[in-house]
Design a protein around this ligand. Structure first.
Ligand SMILES: C[S@@+](CC[C@H](N)C(=O)[O-])C[C@H]1O[C@@H](n2cnc3c(N)ncnc32)[C@H](O)[C@@H]1O
Length: 350
């Protein structure tokens, strides 16, 4: 399947508009600082952008980031600005034509950003075989990926490798396409449906289970939207399945619990995270206002306290006393609903 995907992204598609879905049309309101960073990317790189979401989490200064399936490098060059000259970005892709575009403009971007030395590099490789690239265990603060994992023939290996390469407290923050059911094999075998990031999409519940098996025990949905199929012929074949573009954040934290448990803990956001001064969005359940006591489950407490966000919060409570399930905070599923882990009750975070 990798050869068919290389052919699709190397030879068939030449421009974002060639895609047959509206995957690239991220309808999230893009904050102005990101628009500015995107505008500073070379036209040829932007023209071959095929992502389906925004993979720019908060607080990136000085971070070391890995982009899985970096394509022509659009997200890498945006992230290169957000991490600053002290941070660095490594992009991995398997398609020569995409890598050629990305590599062609390294020097142009270095000058554009005013850096003494480029902080971006691209490597040729397979995202399910990252061990072949000599990247050190636990050497990345953040791993991003934009509309790629659905294309991988071995998604479990990709998640396992991402877990291995992340530092403890780091996160895999990525956008991808998901389906509301398992896709039939004959559709998976179709190179166009697969290349268009449709038929390789995981059923969202299979994704949750794979993420947990890889060690990412509490996947958090950040945003999602239904995907539109613009081509009538494709819609006729696969339109019975609902597809979503969704952005998840998966923290690498050993021993997270399988459910949100209530220990009576809370956090207060002190402000100070760049571009999130008044409120901090952890995920779709957790929009945390500055200065307001915010009750959290044990897992959320650890995501804030054992990650790069720790310095921006005051923390209250411990896990000494357990008060039962943190009700109503079941795992969110695309699109717009959530699977409740127990009886629904009012909860601090929802
Ligand atoms: C839909 S495009 C997205 C590219 C880029 N993330 C962007 O937002 O423009 C998918 C990219 O993933 C790459 N890709 C797909 N499967 C891959 C794999 N198994 N290993 C490495 N790269 C892969 C393709 O070569 C292509 O460049």
């Amino acid at each position: 399947m990798n050869e068919a995907v290389q052919e699709y992204y190397g030879k068939v598609l030449q421009h974002s508009d060639d895609l047959q879905t509206d995957a690239c049309c991220t309808d999230t309101a893009i904050p102005s600082y990101l628009k500015k960073a995107m505008a500073a990317v070379h036209d040829e790189v932007s023209a071959r952008y095929y992502g389906c979401g925004l993979v720019m989490p908060q607080q990136l200064q000085g971070m070391r980031i890995l982009d899985l399936g970096s394509g022509s490098g659009r997200d890498c060059y945006v992230l290169a600005q957000l991490v600053g000259e002290q941070g660095s970005v490594v992009g991995v892709d398997m398609t020569d034509e995409q890598l050629a575009v990305a590599n062609r403009h390294i020097e142009w971007h270095r000058e554009q950003f005013g850096y003494a030395k480029s902080n971006v590099e691209f490597r040729k490789g397979y995202i399910e075989k990252l061990d072949e690239l000599g990247l050190e265990n636990e050497s990345f603060d953040i791993i991003v990926s934009n509309c790629v994992i659905n294309l991988s023939p071995d998604k479990a290996a990709v998640l396992r490798e991402a877990y291995r390469l992340l530092k403890p407290g780091g996160e895999l923050y990525f956008s991808d396409v998901y389906a509301d059911r398992r896709v039939e094999k004959e559709l998976v075998d179709d190179p166009v449906l697969y290349g268009e990031c449709l038929s390789g999409a995981l059923y969202w519940n299979d994704f949750h289970n794979l993420a947990k098996q890889a060690g990412f025990l509490d996947p958090r949905l950040v945003e999602d939207r239904p995907l539109g199929i613009d081509n009538e012929e494709i819609a006729l074949r696969i339109g019975h399945i609902n597809f979503f573009s969704a952005t998840y954040r998966l923290f690498k934290l050993d021993g997270l619990e399988s459910h949100c448990e209530d220990y009576g803990q809370a956090a207060v956001y002190k402000g100070g995270i760049a571009h999130s001064e008044q409120k901090f969005l952890l995920d779709k359940h957790h929009l945390i206002q500055k200065g307001k006591m915010f009750p959290v489950c044990g897992n959320t407490y650890r995501m804030l306290k054992e990650s790069r966000f720790a310095d921006y919060f005051d923390f209250y409570g411990s896990t000494d006393t357990h008060y039962g399930i943190f009700s109503g905070c079941g795992t969110l599923i695309p699109f717009g609903s959530y699977a409740v882990s127990d009886e629904e009750e009012d909860c601090g975070c929802c």
